[in-house]
Design a protein around this ligand. Structure first.
Ligand code: MLT
Length: 268
């Protein structure tokens, strides 16, 4: 698996498929295997690149109290440089969506399209911020297994079967303690990026599971309402992890968005 050196260590990424590059960014506290189905389904039309964000998955351990969205965004820009393309279709799920919006703020010239999946543009409110600190304390008191067991129910919709639940639980249990704590702090401190979303100069698509309990369809509708050209796909039979709960429907929505980014598409 290829790696890139960043200021904080080694970042792992995978590549598969042919065509223009689509870069996939996982959520919290997950890893790049979240995108296996999408990479496979879209391999005929996109060279799919999935990254383990700093501290996650097979990327190196990070020594930082706060893993900021900006740091992840700059790391991703480093990956784009490394793979040697000017622009990418950027796809971010949940925390990956927060990172994608930070990328749009800092590296807009590297975007061809932006897909915001099961995420939101707003910041945490005061209760949400306090909830991040409480979650970190719970993790350190109760351990990763209890933390993972407590999260899985909220991440997946009611239609998700036992093996999907086991897969997600294992992904969470494999994430390092220090990464989880630093990522919670990074999400707590992230700013509202609604203004960034409103100004993104490329096609934007919002995708949400109809049963997403964490970033519900109302949050997706609020993002889509920011501009008449933002498309909204509500995925039936899926919760917060729509790309693994309803892979075909999500891949179809992504393919349609990628198509809007092709040269001349806006005039067609
Ligand atoms: C995620 O799925 O990345 C997280 O649930 C996002 C969040 O906690 O805000």
């Amino acid at each position: 698996m290829p790696t890139i050196e960043t200021s904080g260590g080694e970042l792992h990424y995978t590549e598969r498929g042919v065509g223009p590059v689509a870069l996939f960014v996982h959520g919290f506290p997950l890893d790049s295997t979240l995108w296996i189905e999408q990479i496979e389904l879209l391999a005929g039309e996109r060279r799919g690149v999935t990254v383990d964000l700093a501290g996650f998955g097979r990327s190196s351990t990070v020594v930082a109290d706060v893993l900021t969205m900006e740091r992840h965004a700059d790391d991703l820009a480093g990956v784009v440089d490394r793979i040697g393309v000017d622009r990418v279709d950027l796809v971010g799920l949940s925390m990956g969506g927060y990172v994608a919006l930070a990328f749009a703020e800092r590296h807009a010239d590297r975007l061809r399209t932006l897909a915001l999946v099961d995420t939101k543009a707003t910041a945490d409110d005061e209760a949400g911020k306090a909830g991040r600190d409480a979650a970190a304390a719970r993790l350190l008191h109760e351990g990763r297994q209890a933390f993972a067991a407590g999260m899985v129910g909220g991440l997946l919709g009611p239609d998700a079967g036992p093996w999907l639940r086991a897969r997600v639980r294992q992904m969470i249990e494999s994430t390092r303690y220090e990464t989880i704590v630093a990522a919670l702090a990074g999400m707590r401190d992230r700013p509202d990026r609604s203004d960034v979303l409103a100004a993104i100069p490329v096609p934007v698509g919002v995708i949400v599971g109809a049963d997403d309990a964490l970033t519900p369809p109302a949050a997706a509708e609020a993002m889509a309402a920011m501009r008449p050209d933002i498309t909204l796909d509500v995925i039936r039979g899926a919760g917060h992890l729509a790309p693994i709960e309803a892979p075909d429907a999500v891949a179809a929505a992504l393919a349609a968005l990628f198509d809007r980014g092709r040269p001349g598409a806006a005039d067609a």
